[in-house]
Design a protein. Structure first.
Length: 405
């Protein structure tokens, strides 16, 4: 398997989802990722429990999604000897990625300015909530508040009259892709110049970019939130079928497909009707055209309507639940989800990083590391003797938490 980041060493000082997800993507691309945790572990280890998923050392599918393919070490970074270990790690690293807040990093001497001064070749990368500047720069920034609430997505992507109760980690996972791409670009520059760089992504910035089309259109009267009963265009909308299941219709070229769509829904009498046959006319008469389409969709089950639309090459898709995606033949065929074995021997499906190189094959070689699982291995690589490692453990500078079935 082609791994473009083989030979790249990444120090991962992150927690929860966005930061760990970034480092997970880099690991998928071949980087040697070393996750550093406090003795109590990344608080993201317990996130799955709040969603009803198992979250222990034997089986923790949500945590594993963002932390598999890594090695792990647990260090007391508030101690002098712990920071000595960190310095040795940084001296061997190509990338330092963190989601700690800037004030905490400054206290540890791990902010960009300090690290760049000591190790100018390192690509220093950070995810935070709201960016480096402005009144909210030091605010805590989970994706629910920074990505969803402040950006407008929570309100304007919902059906009118309510708000979205956002899926956990949605904004985090999106942001992690952007930061991974930025790190890759900085590594390219590092190879050319020998110099590192600061790479920054905030959850707030990512959400604004995701909503960039609305940023443009809402300045010119495109009102949000919308309702499907009065959509901007009736042929980009959701419709319920006879069996209570839904289809989303997405005809972007209204005039090109209008006549054929009328045939699909068996309303040939509407062909040439000036009230609906053009985009401006359909917008002007949106509620009544939506009602006509709604009545016709309810004559067929979802599968039947899906076949009719597919045969006419009209863009659409069945609206399904996330749980349906786990067994979606398209997702399985491309290894977008993959069955993995948990540490306790049970199996589950895991979402895979979306970028593929040359092959759709996936690497699922190791589960997320236990707390301090690779302490001894990593410290030996840094030149510590077995006696020194033993002493560090006795002095509570490093710690490991074993797993027993």
């Amino acid at each position: 398997m082609f791994k473009p980041l083989e030979g790249v060493k990444v120090i991962d000082l992150t927690y929860f989802i966005a930061g760990p997800g970034t480092a997970r993507i880099l690991a998928d691309w071949g980087a040697d990722v070393l996750k550093i945790e406090p003795f109590w572990g990344d608080p993201g280890r317990t996130t799955g429990a709040g969603m009803g998923a198992p979250a222990d050392f034997g089986r923790n599918p949500l945590y594993s999604c963002y932390n598999s393919e890594k090695r792990g070490i647990s260090i007391d970074l508030k101690s002098e000897k712990g920071m000595e270990i960190m310095e040795r790690l940084l001296s061997t690293a190509d990338v330092f990625v963190t989601s700690y807040r800037t004030k905490a990093l400054e206290k540890l001497g791990l902010d960009y300015e300090s690290v760049h001064k000591r190790y100018p070749k390192i690509v220093w990368a950070q995810i935070n909530g709201f960016g480096d500047y402005g009144p909210a720069k030091d605010n805590p920034g989970f994706d629910t508040v920074a990505f969803w609430a402040r950006s407008g997505a929570m309100l304007d992507a919902a059906e009118r009259g309510t708000t979205i109760n956002p899926p956990i980690g949605f904004g985090d996972a999106t942001t992690s892709c952007s930061l991974a791409g930025g790190i890759a670009a900085a590594l390219y520059n590092q190879q050319k110049t020998g110099e590192g760089a600061k790479v920054m992504v905030s959850l707030f910035a990512q959400a604004i970019w995701n909503l960039s089309s609305l940023v443009a259109s809402s300045q010119y009267g495109d009102e949000y939130p919308k309702t499907r009963k009065a959509a901007n265009t009736p042929v980009i909308n959701s419709y319920e079928c006879k069996d209570g299941k839904w289809i989303f219709l997405s005809i972007l070229e209204h005039e090109r497909y209008y006549d054929e769509f009328c045939r699909v829904i068996e309303r040939e009498d509407l062909i040439g009707n000036e009230k609906y046959s053009t985009t401006p006319a359909a917008r002007a008469n949106s509620p009544e055209f939506i009602e006509i389409i709604s009545q016709q969709f309810k004559k067929w089950n979802q599968d039947e309507m899906d076949k009719k639309l597919t045969s006419s090459d009209i863009a659409h898709e069945k609206i399904q639940h996330v749980v349906d995606v786990i067994k979606d033949p398209q997702a399985l065929a491309n290894n977008y989800v993959c069955e993995v074995e948990n540490r306790d021997g049970t199996k589950c499906y895991m979402a895979m990083p979306p970028i593929k190189f040359n092959t759709i094959d996936v690497k699922c070689a190791c589960d997320a590391p236990l707390i301090g699982q690779n302490n001894e291995e990593v410290l030996r690589e840094l030149g510590y003797t077995d006696e020194e490692i033993k002493k560090l453990s006795e002095e509570n500078i490093i710690k490991s938490v074993p797993y027993e079935k």
